[in-house]
Design a protein around this ligand. Sequence first.
Ligand code: SF4
Length: 105
Amino acid sequence: MEILWAILVLLGLGLLLGLGLAIATKFFYVKEDERIEEVAKRLPNYNCGSCGYAGCKAMAEAIISGKEENLKKCKPGKEEANFKPIMEYLEEHPNADGSKVKVHL
Ligand code: SF4
C-alpha cells in the first residue's frame, strides 16, 4: 500500500510540475525576430566561432541587432554564396522603423 502512495505522489508531482512548466512557457515566451533565422540560414553554418561569436546564430543575432556590420568576420563565408544573399535579404527586410540593417564586406 505504501508503494502505491509513493507512486501516486510522484505522478501527482510530475503532473503538477509539468503543468507549471507549460504555463511558464506560455507566459514567458519571447517571440524571436525571424530575420535572425533567415540570416543564420545564409551563413555557412560551420559554427566554427572564427567570427568571434559562439556560432552562426550568434553572429546572425549580432548582425540583426546592429552590433556587427562586417560580414567578412565570417572567415569561411563566401561572397556569392553567403554575403550577397544576406545583403539582399536585409535590403528587402528592414527594421520595424523602416531603417536598414547596416552590413558591409
Ligand atoms: S565564422 Fe562564419 S561559419 Fe564560423 S561561426 Fe561565425 S558565422 Fe558561422
